[in-house]
Design a binder for this molecule. Structure first.
Ligand SMILES: Nc1ncnc2c1ncn2[C@@H]1O[C@H](COP(=O)(O)OP(=O)(O)OP(=O)(O)O)[C@@H](O)[C@H]1O
Length: 231
């Protein structure tokens, strides 16, 4: 289980996270909802080690991660699908997937077939450049690349952003499949309420750098959630 405990995060003098605590359990999809600028990406940067926290602790399966570089967090099983996907546009799909090899032992440096079962389009486009893929295909590639690292927790930053509805469905199906077949923990941040409600086991809502609600998805008060999502 991932535990975020009383975390503060600053950009210079500006505070983006204020005493944020949450848990993402193995075998569960945990969704953090919030509108633009409330600190969702900052939370994931804190979890993945892209930005240091100024207070609080982040631990995974009992081990404190504070102070570990992103590379070492990947070795601990944290897979990251960043906002905007960050595909290498001039590398092929295959090379983009292989860029996930870095934290792996030599024997594990191969692309698991499961990725192509989940996203068959990637197999048919292995020699195409990442930059030639549609937004939805790039999102699938970014998830595939994170899976290459054999994560125990998959952390996704707004996986539905800018993606057409049919591919959003495929991505939702893939996330559910990963939860059900691997038992990994999934932590995703979103603004898209319906996607989150359909998929999540546990929901948190963030507003202005703070967690303002937490609870199981089935008891989520939709009107209250919408209130936090509209500007
Ligand atoms: N590198 C940075 N330097 C300074 N301020 C930043 C930086 N990144 C984010 N912020 C600020 O921190 C706050 C939280 O931003 P964050 O990106 O975490 O929000 P978000 O909820 O993920 O929004 P979005 O969906 O737009 O990414 C915002 O006020 C933002 O302007």
């Amino acid at each position: 289980m991932l535990t975020v405990s009383h975390v503060n995060l600053h950009y210079g003098a500006a505070q983006a996270l204020r005493g944020v605590s949450l848990q993402a359990e193995m075998g569960n999809i945990t969704c953090v909802l919030g509108r633009n600028g409330v600190g969702k990406s900052s939370l994931l940067r804190a979890v993945t080690g892209q930005h240091p926290v100024s207070a609080g602790t982040i631990s995974f399966q009992g081990e404190v991660l504070n102070g570990l570089a992103p590379y070492n967090r990947a070795k601990h099983g944290i897979g990251y699908v960043p906002q905007g996907r960050e595909i290498f546009p001039l590398l092929t799909v295959q090379e983009n997937l292989q860029s996930g090899y870095a934290p792996l032992a030599r024997k594990d440096k191969f692309i698991p077939d499961e990725i192509f079962t989940l996203f068959p389009v990637l197999k048919s486009m292995l020699s195409r450049r990442g930059g030639d893929l549609s937004g939805g295909q790039q999102q699938q590639l970014a998830i595939g690349r994170a899976m290459v690292t054999r994560p125990k927790i998959l952390v996704l930053d707004e996986p539905t952003e800018g993606i057409q509805p049919s591919i959003i469905k495929d991505i939702g199906r893939a996330i559910r499949y990963l939860r059900d077949t691997t038992g990994m923990a999934i932590l995703l941040v979103e603004q898209y309420l319906d996607f989150c409600r359909e998929l999540a086991d546990q929901v948190y809502i963030m507003d202005r750098g703070e967690i303002v609600h937490e609870g199981p998805a089935e008891t989520l008060d939709t009107a209250e959630a919408r209130r936090h999502l509209t500007v």
